[in-house]
Structure formats: structure tokens, C-alpha cells
Design a binder for this molecule. Structure first.
Ligand SMILES: C[S@@+](CC[C@H](N)C(=O)[O-])C[C@H]1O[C@@H](n2cnc3c(N)ncnc32)[C@H](O)[C@@H]1O
Length: 372
């Protein structure tokens, strides 16, 4: 099945939805805010006061994060206008994700509260000049007309590549990455190379499409999960793979099912993304930074009263990973094994993470479209 048909976060507004289990990406968005601020100032300074500021969030998903960056941009623009005594511009924000994303939840639940806040904090005039639209489609293709966007952002989305590399299956039909669902410690070098080649093809296409869509001197901020070296294991999904192996050994999943599954996921290193940006050539790389965070850092930070113990932290991480991974895993392995899989995941995840010193590695890049 095509990735577009099976890759989406858990929709709705229930306790298992992505919207209710996305605090970690939310905390990363907040950490990137200073870089966002610098970029928006650059974009806004190059615009005339009468232009409508057009921005897009690619891979917005659903829940509170879907409109978070748009809200942050509005706050930044509001502050600049106040400082420079310029009128607030009209703003159009496009929210993009794959068609299977729960856009209904975004427009039914998140957008009304977004507009209420805007009206309350910035007034009716600003609220009436802010337009939000959904744009379903893959960002590995054109989404917008030429030269139509001033600013693009994407957070925690471009590590999802367009497909698992076809080279993972040999000419005789055998799997190169047997027993793993992604790049893992036990993966042969050929697997790593195949994923890297797919990332290069996809990321280059992503940049080429955005270069068409973004105006000259327009900006883009991309935040993604990364790796320190290209041979770092992708540990959280590797751990899901270990649990699937356990279930194969117990006869709960057919071996063939596991052998034929590969996640369309590759966490690139700083050097790998830099090489693609430079080779593609449309954007000037203003900033490229990486930072690591403990897997349970966002939970500990929110736990002011120190009441969340290790068991509760494991449950939160399991719910978070399930909200992301369940739709694609269930489409291949079946919905009926999901409870068992994520129970096993929850049982061992923190011990595994501690034993292997696993961290979330994040890469943030700030790019400006070159003048042509
Ligand atoms: C982990 S979520 C991140 C959502 C949100 N940006 C956040 O920070 O919470 C990744 C999102 O990227 C979307 N995505 C993955 N591949 C995509 C593609 N090719 N085109 C558009 N969206 C994509 C997924 O559907 C998912 O909603």
C-alpha cells in the first residue's frame, strides 16, 4: 500500500489521539521559537506593508500543535508591527498534511479556539484579516502556486520519507533488513545506504518544490528528528521492532509479516541534510543546529509536583508512540495485535532507553531562498 494511504497520526480528540499525545513535539516547537522569530523578522522586513503574509505549515497533523506555529508567528508579527508602528498585515496560513490526516478535527475543534484567542488578544480587525486553509497532499510534490509563499515551516515531519527504499528487497525477493523495521544496530550497511539514498531523493525533491513555491528571499524553518552519525540506531522504532520480534517468536505474528515490513522513516545526520541542501542549491543555509533531549524530558519538565513515577512515564511514552505509529503498524500487522504490542512496549521502554542512553536528537535548519 502507498505511504499516503497508511501514514497518519491517530485522529480524533480522544485520550489516545495524537492531539492528546503530542507534548514532546510541542516542547520542541517551543525550543525552536527564537530561530522562528529571527526568520519571521527577516521575511517581514522584506515585505511591503500592504502585502498579505502567506505562510504554510507542512505536516501539521491535528491537535494543539497544528495551529501552534501559526499562533507563534502571529505573536511575532504583532510584536514587530507594534515596535515599528506599522499596520498589522493580512495573513493567510495553509495547513498541510497527507490526505489521511484528521483535518476535520483541526477545523472543528482547534480552529474555533484559535480564532477566539486571536479575537480576545489581538482584536476583531486582526482576527478578520487572518485566513486559515487546509491543503491535503504530499510535501514530496508541489502543493502551492509558483512564488506564492513568504514563509514555510515543518516540524517533526520530514523524517517520514516518501516510501521505504525499494532496494531493501533483493532481486530474488529476500529482505535485506530481516528482523528490523528501520535502520537498526543489526542492519547491514546496505540498508543504511538504501535509506540514505531515499532520503536524498526525497529531501532534494522537497527543496525543489519549495523553491518553486517560495518567493525570492522567503524563508523556511525545518525541524526534524535526526541522528548524530549516520550509523546511529533509530532506537525508539528499533525498540518497537524488538517487541514485534518477540511476538513472532511467540507465534503471535507470522515471520513473513515482519520480514516484509519497513518503516518509511529515516533520521538523517546534520552532515547528510547539509549535503542535500548544498547540492540542490536553491536555498542559503542560515542556521543548522542539532540538540538532544532525554526521551522523558518533556514529561519530567511538566511534572512540577514530582508525582509522575517511572511506570507513569513509560505509559505516557507508549501512548505518544502509539498515537504516531499505530495507524501504519495496524495497516500491516492488523489492529488486533496493537494492544499487546504497546503493552510490551510500555513494560520495557524506559529500561531499554536508559540502558542504551537513548535520546531524541533534533535538527533545526533555517533557510532563505536565494535571489535568482
Ligand atoms: C509526528 S507528526 C508532527 C505533527 C506536527 N508538526 C507536530 O509537530 O506535532 C508528522 C506529520 O507529518 C505528516 N507527514 C508525513 N509525511 C508527509 C508528507 N509526505 N506530506 C505531508 N505530510 C506528511 C504526517 O502525516 C504527520 O501528521
Amino acid at each position: 500500500m502507498k505511504v499516503e494511504q497508511v501514514l497518519h497520526m491517530k485522529g480524533g480528540v480522544g485520550k489516545d489521539s495524537y492531539g492528546n499525545n503530542s507534548s514532546h513535539p510541542r516542547s520542541v516547537i517551543s525550543m525552536v521559537k527564537p530561530i522562528l522569530g529571527e526568520s519571521i523578522i527577516e521575511v517581514y522586513s522584506a515585505m511591503s506593508s500592504f502585502e498579505c503574509l502567506k505562510i504554510a505549515d507542512l505536516g501539521c497533523s491535528a491537535g494543539p500543535n497544528a495551529l501552534l506555529v501559526v499562533s507563534e508567528i502571529i505573536d511575532i508579527v504583532d510584536e514587530i508591527c507594534r515596535r515599528l508602528k506599522r499596520p498589522r498585515p493580512c495573513l493567510q496560513a495553509f495547513l498541510n498534511d497527507l490526505p489521511g490526516n484528521d483535518f476535520n478535527a483541526v477545523f472543528t475543534y482547534s480552529l474555533p479556539s484559535f480564532y477566539e484567542r486571536l479575537e480576545r488578544e489581538k482584536g476583531t480587525k486582526f482576527r478578520n484579516n487572518c485566513f486559515v486553509a487546509g491543503v491535503p497532499g504530499s510535501f514530496y510534490g508541489r502543493l502551492f502556486p509558483p512564488n506564492s509563499l513568504h514563509f514555510v515551516q515543518s516540524s517533526y515531519a520530514i523524517m517520514w520519507i516518501s516510501k521505504a527504499p525499494k532496494e531493501l528487497v533483493s532481486k530474488t525477493g529476500s529482505s535485506l533488513n530481516k528482523g528490523n523495521i528501520c535502520v537498526a544496530k543489526t542492519s547491514p550497511t546496505a540498508v543504511l545506504e538504501a535509506y540514505l539514498e531515499q532520503l536524498k531523493r526525497d529531501f532534494e525533491l522537497f527543496l525543489r518544490c519549495r523553491a518553486e513555491e517560495i518567493v525570492s528571499r522567503g524563508c523556511m524553518i525545518l525541524t526534524t528528528m535526526g541522528s548524530i552519525n549516520s550509523n546511529d540506531p533509530l532506537t525508539i522504532w528499533e525498540f518497537v521492532g524488538l517487541k514485534l520480534n518477540e511476538m513472532v517468536a511467540e507465534g503471535l505474528i507470522e515471520d513473513e509479516k515482519l520480514v516484509s515490513f519497513d518503516l518509511p522513516y529515516y533520521a538523517a545526520s546534520v552532515k547528510e541534510v547539509k549535503n542535500v541542501i548544498e547540492a540542490e542549491g536553491s536555498f542559503k543555509l542560515q542556521k543548522l543546529e542539532s540538540f538532544s533531549i532525554d526521551r522523558d524530558d518533556y514529561i519530567k519538565k511538566a511534572d512540577n509536583d514530582h508525582v509522575v513515577d517511572k511506570t507513569a512515564r513509560s505509559a505516557i511514552i507508549a501512548r505518544d508512540i502509539r498515537a504516531v505509529g499505530e495507524p501504519i503498524l495496524a495497516s500491516h500487522f492488523g489492529q488486533d495485535i496493537m494492544d499487546d504490542l504497546f503493552c510490551r512496549f510500555e513494560d520495557g521502554v524506559l529500561d531499554y532507553m536508559e540502558a542504551h542512553k537513548c535520546q531524541y536528537i533534533n535538527i533545526v535548519m533555517s533557510l532563505t531562498k536565494k535571489d535568482v
